[in-house]
Design a protein around this ligand. Sequence first.
Ligand SMILES: Nc1nc2c(c(=O)[nH]1)N[C@H]1C(S)=C(S)[C@@H](COP(=O)(O)OP(=O)(O)OC[C@H]3O[C@@H](n4cnc5c(=O)[nH]c(N)nc54)[C@H](O)[C@@H]3O)O[C@H]1N2
Ligand SMILES: Nc1nc2c(c(=O)[nH]1)N[C@H]1C(S)=C(S)[C@@H](COP(=O)(O)OP(=O)(O)OC[C@H]3O[C@@H](n4cnc5c(=O)[nH]c(N)nc54)[C@H](O)[C@@H]3O)O[C@H]1N2
Ligand SMILES: [Mo]
Length: 886
Amino acid sequence: MSELGHDRASSVAQISRRGFLGATAAATAALALSGCSPTDSENTLELGETGSLEEGEWVALPCNCGVCCNIGYVVDNMVVRQKTDDTGEDTDENPQNRCCVRGRMSRQRYMGADRLKYPMKRKNWQPGGVDFHGELRGRDEWERISWDEALDLVAGEVKRIMDNHGPKSFFCGVSGDGHGGGAAGGQVTRLLNAMGGCVYVWGTQSYGGIPVVSTFMEGDPWSYGMMETQDVFTACKADTAIIFGLAAGSLANSWYRAMKHAGVRFIVIDPWFSGQTEQVADMWVPVRPGTDGALLLGMAYHMIENNLHDQEFLDAYTVGFDADHMPEDATTNENFKDYVLGAYDETPKTPEWASEICGVSPDKIRELAEIATSASPLIWRSTQAPARTENGQNYTQLFYAVGWMTGNVGFEGAEVAMANPQSVGMGSSMILPGSPGIEIVTNPICEGPAEVSMLDKGGYDPEKFYGLPYGGAWEAIVSGKYTDFVHGEQPIDIRCIWKINSCSPLNQFSGASKGIEAFRKVEFVVTSDLFMTSDCEYSDIVLPAASFWETPWSNAGQVMPLNPRALFFGGKQVIEPLFEAKDDVWMEEELAKRLDIDPKLIRNISWEQASYNVLATTQVMKDDFSGMEPLAAITQEDIDEFGVEGTPQEGRVPIKELLEQGYYAAQRSPDDPYAITPKRADYRNDPVANPRNTPSGKYEIYSQSLTNYMEIYGTTPVVEPLPKYRPADEGYEQTFANWETKEKGEYPFQVISTHSARSVHSSFHNVRQLNEVHANNLMINANDAAALGLEQDETVLVTSKHGKILRRVNITPRIMPGVLMIGEGNWINLNEEGIDEGGSANILAGGHVVGHGHQPWNTCLVKVEKWDGEPLLPDCQRPYRTFDFE
Ligand SMILES: Nc1nc2c(c(=O)[nH]1)N[C@H]1C(S)=C(S)[C@@H](COP(=O)(O)OP(=O)(O)OC[C@H]3O[C@@H](n4cnc5c(=O)[nH]c(N)nc54)[C@H](O)[C@@H]3O)O[C@H]1N2
Ligand SMILES: Nc1nc2c(c(=O)[nH]1)N[C@H]1C(S)=C(S)[C@@H](COP(=O)(O)OP(=O)(O)OC[C@H]3O[C@@H](n4cnc5c(=O)[nH]c(N)nc54)[C@H](O)[C@@H]3O)O[C@H]1N2
Ligand SMILES: [Mo]
């Protein structure tokens, strides 16, 4: 029997339906009796049956972010315990690849009693495009239907809508990341593509205003995550790291720990004092959201005034800093130095000027400027969050300009780089993951989906259709119009929203209030998911998806090179699908059969073959660091046993051992011959022989090509060639009715939404243990709370121009005055008054298209009021979304 496939070795326990269903019934009964206290027993199906460590076996669990090691003890088709990397010593050089709190809660998530169990249909929806009662989406009741009924209904609607309205009437708001994990893997609309295509989204979500600005100023769409910019051992050679926005990531932790032990000083510039900041920071500098640009200018002023900046570096490697170094293509004669000094607007960008905007004291701004220009090597880094603001492109311009003024480019321990060290670790060269060999069915009408920026330099083709921008998709669906770059306003007529894949666009795109209108407008919405998420609640047909523990796909689909020295691929299929859950590709195959589409177009090779291909083509660094070699050693007997096609090969580890282990880690030592040459060392060493990919071949502080290119997007205002501070439309300046007298306006608070330790976006939101430990309350500064007369845990109504939410408050000094923080990802839960009791940041955030299509989540203004209605339950006591017919 195949170890890779559904026919797993007999040592893996088979599902015990009876035991399983019994546990569910007990769990449901317990819920009904006790309300909902946050105990494991109510939501974890197998509780009480953890048993001894004799009846089952330890199996490597695929963990979808691919960064750490997750192992489960499987008994009778249940993961009853979890552990993580407990091998070797946990050192700075070779840290154990320990699982984060979310990974460790996977058992509670995947085996929760609130898993979707059966296909369901919304009661008042009827196929045919007439009696669909869209207004009841989010309010209707549900009925259980069979898989045959569900697939017939979906196939019928697809055929009807495709025949009558064509592929441009289907919208698939895939995020492109697939963070939820899952069988859908990289491509998610094979069926629609085989039938003529559908409408995708374009723009950036993770990277905010970074990619296009970076392309033109730096010569690369982004300057890479930390492990790509340099090696952990060279990062430890830095004197100081100045970090704008410190993420709650997990992988970065081991780097930060090594850097702390090496004595690197950390300065964190962030409105919020996060747990991560608490761990690493030597200095915390709170800054108002979206005003980092002003802070940067204040620093630049102090550098110029005191001649602290690296003029030699600027002269040799950049254009646009001063009048003597302007690029040839400049259409204005403005340069950065004179802008800072106030030559063009009679406003010298003094630390005092900056302080009024960004909230950092003038002395602190001067101190930062002095540290940035005296500490060497310096890590000058920003995560994406400060660029996920309305003026995120202006911020990106200023970040590079002032970073380059310090000259920290291209030598060990130095960097001027943007992006989250955790989330961007593109292709570490210790390990090169293999390819599953799955054929993609391209979308014949629409380019994308595009997470980064499909309009990479020169990539824009006016003849092509790119779909709807993330931030403007809902407005386009509601209004029937969208802006198509150089073509201007165009009609669009979406009839079906399609989500048979692992993302949550309604919950996760900005402007969710508009999103609900869009969902309620169309004729048909189909979603597949593991849980009754908000996207499901606003659908007509809901299909229960198998988690990636329940398919052998995990080997093939979840290999992500996010960890620079280890690779995690999961091993064997962990358990059989729970209840009636099916993987997304099976769903599309079954639909294809009903629609006379060749199922081979949906799945060109078996899961087993795809999984085998990944392992067979993965390359790893040789022991002596002299080059790469295949990871898996494969014999003809292995190939015969797995029933796949392949050729025997030599490799480092026998393939069966890899499957048992589920991961492979390379070992490092500070004196090994492998250290990534610092990024841009070639440019530093010989800028003539190794020019940057910009019109001048240098770093462009003044970038005419950036402005020219931005005009294509059709968004306003177009960024200027010179880095300048521009207040955001819903930024700090707009919290005032009168800036001069500092009289506050209707929406006096700024709110940011961060990626919290509690969840991966909306995933894990339903895990009570996580909600209990990291309650996603509204963080409010103690002074602000006192002014509003608020008590700890009190419920407040938060109102923006775009929507209203209820939240309990967490009164804390960890957020700066005037700023509120709420973790992103809460499941929307609108009540009858249209107020979101779920506390979604996207109900507050407006959906509008800015820059190159990024979503300005961290630019949002609100007011806060005491709530005199029913107080909110803590999130960990909220009822599970389960159904009577279960
Ligand atoms: N306010 C605000 N909003 C944000 C952000 C922010 O900073 N602030 N950040 C944004 C960013 S950077 C990103 S990348 C996006 C991410 O947003 P998404 O990529 O949409 O991620 P998730 O919300 O985790 O959605 C994943 C969904 O897939 C489901 N799932 C898991 N496995 C499977 C499977 O096998 N099959 C199926 N069918 N479903 C499965 C999960 O249960 C979950 O509902 O969010 C964005 N939204
Ligand atoms: N636990 C966990 N980790 C994740 C994710 C997750 O959902 N959960 N998502 C992953 C994904 S897809 C992505 S894109 C990345 C996102 O990673 P980041 O882009 O780093 O995003 P955040 O964690 O939202 O924000 C990082 C910090 O920036 C701060 N910040 C917000 N606005 C501003 C501002 O205007 N100026 C300054 N200086 N700071 C600001 C926040 O307070 C926060 O402390 O995280 C990845 N890692
Ligand atoms: Mo992201």
